[in-house]
Design a protein around this ligand. Structure first.
Ligand SMILES: [Zn+2]
Length: 176
């Protein structure tokens, strides 16, 4: 049976945006990350990270360092009883013209190969317009959070796309 999914951006959405973070010790969750994700998981959604990590393409950190940061995030969430279903990251820069750097569709399409996902009842949650457009281009719903980059992005939002100022409000909106 197809399942609904929430595709989360990573930096500025689930954790503080530390600009090209390469050090696992720099992973800091927001206060409401764990309870919000718990609520979304309990409502039956898959939870998948789709993240642009151009720090690799720019040579700021390696795939191995990225895995360590993701592992740290996974561990912190696990301490709170939260498990993500998958991580998909794009290592490229715009000039690479790949098909996975958001707002391109590649990361979500890859997730759809690995999981049986109903995009129409799924959500993309992120703090940047490029997250929102990634979802809308594929027919998902979308919610902008203003926790990271978000406040600059609100004015660029297409009509009808909601924005909220915390993950807790995202969870309320999705689980209503
Ligand atoms: Zn890419």
């Amino acid at each position: 049976m197809k399942r609904s999914c929430v595709f989360f951006d990573r930096d500025g959405t689930l954790m503080e945006d530390r600009n090209y973070l390469s050090d696992p010790d720099g992973v800091v969750l927001f206060n409401d990350t764990i309870p919000s994700l718990k609520k979304i998981a309990e409502a039956g959604f898959l939870m998948i990270i789709v993240s642009n990590q151009s720090g690799i393409g720019r040579g700021y950190f390696t795939e191995v360092e990225l895995s360590k940061v993701n592992k740290r995030l996974e561990d912190l969430l696990a301490e709170g009883g939260v498990k993500l279903d998958a991580f998909y990251c794009c290592p490229h820069i715009d000039e690479d013209c790949c098909d996975c750097r958001k707002p391109k569709s590649g990361l979500i399409l890859k997730a759809c190969e690995d999981f049986d996902i109903d995009l129409k009842s799924s959500y993309v949650v992120g703090d940047k317009i490029r997250d929102i457009m990634t979802g809308l281009n594929l027919g998902t719903k979308a919610i902008l959070v203003t926790t990271g980059y978000g406040t600059h992005e609100v004015e660029k939002l297409p009509e009808g796309v909601p924005f909220v100022n915390s993950l807790a409000e995202v969870a309320n909106m999705i689980c209503k």
